[in-house]
Design a protein around this ligand. Structure first.
Ligand SMILES: [Zn+2]
Length: 247
């Protein structure tokens, strides 16, 4: 439908141009331009056109794959037990589209959710629908895609399509890629040399500032920790507290 509309618009424009070329003596006035723009607006797609186009495409695709089921249902019989649609209890709606019957007829959900449109994973349109949903929901996971898909469509074998689309998606692969680990450097000689007394080589860590009260005013104070590089011990000797935490 969209392509047909676009072709009509193009043909109208070409016709107008040809008419203008034929009438070489005449000058295109402002009123002519406004009429052309009105005609183009009338030819633009509206919601009803888009919906009709969708229904026409789905109707065409379903007839390609479920011709036997259509024949059975139109003649008033249920589908064969050997059919893939047997468990779905399918029916044909007022637009001639095959939908899931299911067990949600008493539910308050919208009709589209209660009776999703049936498609097969081999249909090209199924891939396009899944890809569209995947893009619209912001490259979420497989379960999210399936949940959104089931709101309108019941694609038999949908998991396989979702898996293939997500695995080929560059954005998803970037999101799911493992975090790169940095290679650690060699340990310094002070940490691996044996037979040295503790605290021969130390690491110093500063921290702060702390707001503390000193008489009637608040002042900033910083702390420092000494660690032994060999034993990883922290200096706790009371004699050196003033060096460990200097207030
Ligand atoms: Zn993705």
């Amino acid at each position: 439908m969209i392509l047909i509309k676009q072709e009509l618009i193009k043909s109208e424009i070409i016709k107008d141009n040809k008419q203008d070329d034929d009438n070489e003596g005449t000058v295109r006035t402002q009123s002519d331009k406004s009429e052309n723009s009105k005609n183009l607006n009338n030819l633009c797609l509206n919601l009803e056109d888009i919906q009709k186009g969708k229904n026409a495409i789905i109707h065409f695709v379903q007839h390609q794959y479920f011709e036997d089921e259509f024949m059975k249902l139109r003649s008033g019989f249920p589908v064969k037990c050997s059919s893939k649609l047997h468990k779905l209890d399918p029916f044909i709606d007022t637009h001639g589209i095959l939908r899931v019957g299911g067990r949600l007829r008493q539910s308050d959900l919208p009709d589209e959710m209660k009776h999703p449109i049936i498609l097969l994973k081999t249909c090209n349109i199924s891939h396009l629908i899944v890809r569209d949903i995947h893009r619209k929901i912001g490259h979420l996971g497989k379960n999210s895609i399936l949940t959104h898909l089931r709101e309108r469509y019941w694609i038999i074998g949908a998991n396989a399509i979702i898996k293939s689309i997500v695995s080929k998606c560059v954005v998803c692969r970037k999101y799911q890629s493992p975090i790169i680990q940095q290679k650690m450097a060699d340990l310094p000689s002070d940490r691996v040399t044996p037979d040295m007394p503790p605290f021969t080589a130390v690491g110093i860590g500063y921290f702060g500032p702390f707001e503390i009260r000193q008489r009637r005013c608040s002042v900033k104070r910083y702390g420092v920790i000494f660690t032994c590089l060999k034993m990883r011990a922290i200096l706790r000797n009371c004699k050196f507290v003033r060096y460990r935490l200097m207030y």
